[in-house]
Design a protein around this ligand. Structure first.
Ligand SMILES: Cc1cc2nc3c(=O)[nH]c(=O)nc-3n(C[C@H](O)[C@H](O)[C@H](O)COP(=O)(O)O)c2cc1C
Length: 351
């Protein structure tokens, strides 16, 4: 049979399996085939500036743990592919490096990433508070230099710390710490502030935007939840005996779409006083369509970020991460050409 004959016969065989019902994602987009044209290349995306560096595509690999042997190969695959595509990568908490050299190579990803892509270190609020008190912040900044990062995150995660048996505490508002760090850090290092899975409420977000850190990563509620994870760890350690802490606080937080609405409201209230902060919309984002919808709806400059989907891809090594990123970026290129995001407040069930 000819190629065309083959194809037509496949169509007849497969058509019964290719039926779709109303798709959830159609609630979020209008499909506009007459308004766009095919991009010149399969990946054709706008760069996004972050402080003194820039992403080639609006995709960020959210911070994941280092400091354990298992993390080394995962970090290395992610860094290599981020470098190839010019994406952003947040290191997991770099606390172990402030205490010992043992895991330095697991975090030393700039040589694998090369000059392309944006790399951020990551420290907890309690750790920085401690270093500041001891007048040792220079240790943190010189670690950033050794890692050749473009900036660093402060992660703010009181609920996770509370659920974690060996968790940290702090007794000053993190906003005060952020202000101190802003005044003390070297100007070439960008400062980012993030949550780890519960997001920030509107008043925290308003105060944070007022401080204009270079990056705010949502770490919103709705995906990986570290309070739940710490509970699971505790249960495992206690051999499933009853937990001493109530579970209810695991389930407070703000979803990524709620946070985009809040950011828009805050930016609108500021009027022409726009911000140079870049927003990383993360927490429960599982594909480029969700990311694209929220980025399009965000009035600040934004990209989307994911942790868990990258963790899954990285378990299959470099090639699996490369395929995953290619699919994301090709899909995003098509979405930008032919889909128009509906406004957040037009979604069914929202006023
Ligand atoms: C295995 C793992 C380790 C993580 N470690 C850190 C960390 O060290 N520091 C941090 O700020 N966030 C950490 N996170 C949180 C992520 O950066 C992200 O905010 C959160 O997982 C929500 O994204 P997701 O729903 O796409 O997974 C970690 C997430 C995962 C899955």
């Amino acid at each position: 049979m000819s190629d065309i004959g083959d194809r037509k016969s496949h169509h007849l065989d497969l058509a019964q399996w290719a039926q779709v019902n109303g798709n959830e994602i159609n609630k979020f987009f209008n499909y506009e085939p007459l308004l766009g044209s095919f991009p010149k290349s399969s990946i054709d995306l706008p760069p996004l500036k972050i402080h003194k560096s820039s992403l080639n595509a609006p995709l960020w690999v959210s911070s994941m743990t280092g400091g354990t042997g298992q993390a080394g190969p995962i970090n290395k695959s992610l860094a290599k592919i981020c470098g190839e595509f010019g994406l952003g990568l947040g290191l997991g908490s770099c606390r172990p490096l402030l205490e010992s050299e043992e895991y330095f190579e697991d975090f030393n990803l700039r040589p694998l990433m090369g000059d392309k892509g944006v790399l951020f270190a990551n420290f907890g609020v309690a750790q920085l508070e401690e270093e500041l008190k001891r007048d040792e912040l220079k240790k943190v900044f010189s670690l950033c230099e050794r890692l050749h990062v473009d900036g660093f995150f402060i992660h703010i995660n009181p609920l996770q710390e509370w659920y974690q048996p060996e968790g940290d505490r702090w007794y000053r508002s993190p906003l005060e710490l952020i202000k101190d760090i802003q005044s003390l850090k070297p100007s070439h290092l960008a400062l980012g502030v993030k949550e780890v899975g519960q997001g920030f409420g509107p008043e925290s977000m308003r105060s944070l935007i007022e401080l204009e850190p270079e990056v705010i990563e949502f770490g919103a509620f709705g995906g990986t939840n570290f309070s739940v994870l710490e509970e699971l760890r505790t249960k495992k350690a206690n051999k499933n005996e009853e937990l001493t802490k109530t579970s209810e606080l695991c389930f407070v937080g703000h979803t990524a779409s709620e946070m985009v609405s809040n950011v828009n409201q805050i930016l609108n209230d500021r009027g022409s006083n726009q911000t140079h902060t870049t927003f990383i919309i993360s927490g429960g984002i599982r594909s480029f369509l969700e990311g694209h919808f929220l980025v399009e709806n965000c009035e600040g400059q934004a990209c989307y970020g994911m942790a868990k989907p990258f963790l899954e891809a990285a378990s299959g090594g470099d090639e699996k991460v490369r395929r995953f990123v290619t699919r994301e970026l090709e899909g995003l290129t098509m979405a930008r050409a032919f889909l128009k995001a509906k406004a957040l407040n037009q979604l069914p069930g929202r006023s």
